[in-house]
Write a protein that binds this ligand. Structure first.
Ligand SMILES: [Zn+2]
Length: 68
């Protein structure tokens, strides 16, 4: 989904879809803050990262997502 930055240059936090590693369901997660808005499964993906545990909305499996 494209991000529109023209509205007073305010960065709009966008939800990201992640896929549950257990059941394969997709669910939406929110970035933990404005400077970490890209999600990855690998902690090597970013130098500056935030580790967030996201509970699957269907099977309640805890998926660890790294935000950078
Ligand atoms: Zn699940």
């Amino acid at each position: 989904m494209p991000i529109n930055l023209s509205d007073n240059d305010i960065h709009v936090e966008t939800k990201t879809l992640v896929i549950c590693s257990r059941c394969g369901a997709t669910f939406e997660v929110n970035p933990p803050d404005k400077s970490h808005d890209l999600a990855a499964w690998s902690q090597e993906a970013f130098e500056d990262k935030v580790r967030v545990e996201q509970e699957c909305t269907k099977c309640k499996h805890i998926n660890v997502v790294y935000w950078g």
